[in-house]
Write a protein that binds this ligand. Structure first.
Ligand SMILES: Nc1ncnc2c1ncn2[C@@H]1O[C@H](COP(=O)(O)OP(=O)(O)O)[C@@H](O)[C@H]1O
Ligand SMILES: [Mg+2]
Length: 357
């Protein structure tokens, strides 16, 4: 039944295009009263997922619900969901107002609704201008205005910040926050976390069609704030103890270990317990952008012209690469799902996270 909850629920969603698995077993919910960012690099399956939520393509398996129903069964869907997947499809000879009036007529809405939504998106002064001369930012606003015509309780926007200048992004942020503050639901995708960092409350992060984090943005920020680079006399002994403590470590090609989700004090204690001498130890605090990069860095592993991720397997130091008994690094929330690519670290020393090695 149409439950009016304003929730979007995605359950076990898969989509394959022939051999390409665009979306793999996605599960998440988007709650009313908040802005949820759907984040991931290009090609990670965001648009495909949004299209499935909106009933534009059929999932290979799984279901997406809007207000407790598949989109295709919603009565008057334009009054339930406003969506913008593509802001390019305007007839260039029409003005902003006549473009909107076509939809107003189709949706059986009063004529003045066109001007109302133009005002909402700050385009009133361009009402009589032809859309052919619109900048990308104005197109984004007009597309948003179109989505708002039915006064929906849910907004779904695919990369709405693309092409917006900083002022446009600030405006969008304010708009989405105030939309959500009235108890409505916003799901907004982006390939740039930085663009959305101050806009979203919750995030669903995808990489190669898979969810790698689903939860509170602040928890993500607080959860895995640091990692330690260290060189010790007997790395294998330290790795064994780290694994026993539910922690993971990876080797860098220069022989150092990198240990995520901890700090040098804890690693020094463990080194002492393992009876190994510490030759070098460095803390590194990750900012949100670095965490995002780290979570999604497996996306292009296959294409990267780089060497192996681990030392040769004959190397007795080689760690398993699997998470310890905890299953996920300490400090990360429930929603966290680890991918095997996540702890491959770059050799570059500008932050040490430049890619896979
Ligand atoms: N209609 C399609 N036919 C074949 N492959 C597709 C189609 N749509 C998307 N894909 C592929 O699915 C993957 C995810 O694409 P997409 O959902 O557009 O990612 P994103 O929106 O995150 O950039 C990509 O590898 C893309 O090439
Ligand atoms: Mg896309």
């Amino acid at each position: 039944m149409h439950d009016g909850s304003g929730r979007i629920l995605v359950q076990g969603l898969h989509k394959s295009f022939g051999p390409i698995e665009a979306v793999h077993n996605l599960n998440f919910s988007v709650e009313p009263g908040s802005v949820t960012g759907f984040l991931g690099p290009n090609g990670s399956g965001k648009t495909t997922t949004l299209r499935m939520i909106l009933g534009l393509i059929r999932p290979t398996s799984g279901t997406a619900y809007v207000n407790g129903q598949p989109f295709s069964r919603l009565p008057n869907p334009a009054t339930v969901v406003g969506a913008v997947l593509d802001s390019q499809g305007f007839h260039s000879g029409q003005t902003a107002r006549t473009h909107l009036r076509c939809y107003v007529a189709a949706l059986n809405l009063p004529d003045q609704q066109a001007d109302r939504v133009l005002e909402l998106v700050g385009l009133s002064s361009a009402a009589t201008r032809k859309t052919g001369g619109f900048s990308l930012g104005m197109r984004q606003r007009l597309a948003l205005a179109t989505a708002l015509l039915g006064d929906p309780g849910i907004l779904i926007l695919d990369e709405p910040a693309n092409g917006l200048d900083p002022e446009g992004i600030a405006w969008l942020r304010g708009f989405l926050k105030s939309f959500a503050s009235t108890g409505r639901t916003v799901l907004v995708s982006s390939h740039l976390l930085r663009e959305m960092e101050h806009t979203v409350d919750n995030v669903v992060i995808v990489s190669r069609g898979r969810c790698v984090y689903n939860g509170d943005l602040e928890q993500l920020r607080a959860g895995q704030h640091s990692r330690v680079f260290t060189r010790v006399s007997d790395p294998a002994a330290l790795v064994t103890l780290l694994n026993q403590e539910g922690m993971t470590a990876e080797y860098l090609p220069d022989g150092r270990l990198v240990i995520p989700g901890t700090d040098s004090g804890r690693v020094a204690d463990l080194a002492l317990r393992a009876g190994v001498a510490v030759q070098e130890m460095q803390d590194e605090n990750l900012d949100l952008e670095q965490i995002f990069f780290q979570l999604t860095s497996g996306q292009y592993t296959g294409a990267a012209p780089t060497g192996p991720a681990h030392p040769p397997t004959a190397d007795p130091w080689a760690p398993s690469g699997h998470p310890g008994p905890g299953g996920h690094p300490p400090g990360l929330g429930q929603g966290y799902q680890r991918t095997s690519e996540q702890y491959r670290y770059g050799q570059d020393d500008n932050g040490g996270h430049g890619g896979n090695v």
